[in-house]
Design a protein around this ligand. Sequence first.
Ligand SMILES: Cc1cc2nc3c(=O)[nH]c(=O)nc-3n(C[C@H](O)[C@H](O)[C@H](O)COP(=O)(O)OP(=O)(O)OC[C@H]3O[C@@H](n4cnc5c(N)ncnc54)[C@H](O)[C@@H]3O)c2cc1C
Length: 510
Amino acid sequence: MAMPADFQVAVIGGGITGASAANHLAAAGFSTVLLERSDFASGTSGRSSRLQHCGLTYLTPGRSIWNFLLHPLMALEHLELARRAMRDRSRFVRASPGQVRPISFNVPLYRKEGIPPWKAKLGFRLLELLDRGGVSLDFQQLGARQAALEPALRGLHDGGDLTGVIRFTEYQFDWPERICLDAVLHARDCGAVVRNYAEVAAIAAAPNGGWHLEVVDKRDGDTHTIFADCVVNATGAWADELTKASGLTLPTVNQGLKGTNVAVRLPPEFRGLAFETTLADGNPFYVIPWRNLHYFGPRDAPCSPSPEGFRADEQTIVDLVEDFRSVFPGVPLSRDDVLYSWAGVRPRTARFGHPDGCEAVLLHDMAKAGAPGYFIHTGGLLMTHRHAGASIAKAVSRRLKPACSGQPVRYVSRTLPTDPSSQPLSTGGTSVSIAQLRFVAEHEQVRHLDDLMFRRTPLGWSERMGLDVAHAVAEAISDIMGWSAREVAVEVDRYKALVAHQFGMELACD
Ligand SMILES: Cc1cc2nc3c(=O)[nH]c(=O)nc-3n(C[C@H](O)[C@H](O)[C@H](O)COP(=O)(O)OP(=O)(O)OC[C@H]3O[C@@H](n4cnc5c(N)ncnc54)[C@H](O)[C@@H]3O)c2cc1C
C-alpha cells in the first residue's frame, strides 16, 4: 500500500498510548504517521481490567503510612500518581460519559489487615482533596452488621474478622478497544496517516538529523522506508525490543508484568457489584461486573511480551479460582465455572532494584542518551492515556514547529450510523446491525474478522465471545472485504482458533 515518505512525527504502536499520542499530535498540526504491526488495540490495551481507577491503589498495601514516611520520594510519586488518576477520572467521565459506566465497588475491611475504618475514610478524603470539585467517589461506610444484611456481602470471608465494608464509585471503560479506535480515527480525520498491519522492523538515525524507519506492510509484504524528524516509541511492553532490534544502544526502560483475568457467571445478587480487596500474599484482587458476567484477577507476574504473555495459563486460572474462594468462601465456584480468560503484559517503567518495574508513567527523551528526537513512553495506562497523549505532543513541540495550524483535540465517541430497517445481529445482550458491520468494514481499516468483532464492535466480548454470530458477520461483510465463500470459512476458522487459544473458549460456531 502506497504511503507518503516524509513526516514530522512517527508514532510506533497503535495501543491506547500511541493512539492518543497520534490524536494529540495530529490535532496540534504535526504531520504524523501512526504505525501498528497488528490491529490497533490488539496488544495490552485489549487485555486490561477496563477500569478508570480513582487512584486508591496508589495509597494501599505495601504503601502503609510507615512505608510512606520511610520513603518520602516514593510517597510523593504515589501522591502524584493518585492525583493524576483522580483528575483524569474526572476529565474522562465529564468529557466522555457515554464511554464509561459507574460501578459500585465494595472494599471489605478485616481486623487482621489493620486498616481501621477511620484510616480508610482518611484515604478517601485525601483522594477527594487531590481533585477538588472532581467527580464524586460517593464514599459510603457499612458496618459489619449492615454488610451482613446484603446478600452479596454475606458470601465474604468473615470468621468474625470483618469490621465493615467501604463502598465507592469506580468507572469502567466500555470498551477500551473502541476508545483506542476512536482516537486513531480522530487522528486520521486531522490528517494523520494511520496504518495497522504495518510493522516497524528497524529505526536508524538519518545522517542530517531525524530518523529512517523500515516499515513492513503485512498486507502485501512490501517494505517501505520513511523519514520522520521525531520518533515516538509507544510499543508498550515491546519498547526495548524495538530499540534493540534497531541496534540502538540505549538504556532499558521497560519491565513487562503479565496480568490475567477470568470471566464467570456469579449468583444474581452479585449483579452490578464490584469488589476490591487484598489477598493474603498482599496482592490486589478485583471482582468486576461485565454485562451478565463478572471477571476477576489480575495475579501479576513478571513476563516478557511473548505470545505466552497474552494467554492465561492453566495454573494461573486455577490459582485465581482459589483466590476467589478465599475471598468468598460462601460462593461455590470451581475451575469448571470459568467461561473464558485473558492475559496481557503491562508495560511498566523499569527501575533499578524493582524486579516488577514501577508505576511511574514516563516519557523518556533519548536525546540525553545520544538519540535526539527519539522518545519512548513507559508505564502507559488506559486511565491516563489522554494525559499521556498531551504530554507527548508537548514534548515534540519543544523540538519542532507544527507544519499546519492546530485544532481542538477530539475525544467524542464515534457512534456507528443507525438504520432501523437494517437487520440486527445479536448475541448475549449485544446487538449490531448489518448496516453498521458494513460501515465499519468499509471505513475502519478492518483486515480480519477479529478486528471487527473485538475492536470495531463489542460482539467479541459478549458471553459466547461472538462465536455464535461469527459466521453471519463474516458473510455480511464478505463482498466489501473481497472474501470468497472459502475465504469466509478461513476467516471464521481463524477466529475460532484465536478465541480458543487466547481466551480459552471453545464452542461450535453457529
Ligand atoms: C490484566 C491487566 C489489567 C489491566 N487493567 C487496567 C485497568 O483496569 N486500567 C488501566 O488503566 N490499565 C490497566 N492495565 C494496563 C493497560 O492495559 C496497559 O498499560 C495499556 O493498555 C498499555 O497501552 P500501550 O499503548 O502502552 O501498549 P499496547 O496496548 O500493548 O500497545 C503497543 C502496541 O505496539 C505494537 N507494536 C509492538 N512492536 C511494534 C513494531 N515494531 N511496529 C509496530 N507496532 C508495534 C503492538 O502490536 C501493540 O499493539 C491492565 C493491564 C493488564 C495486563
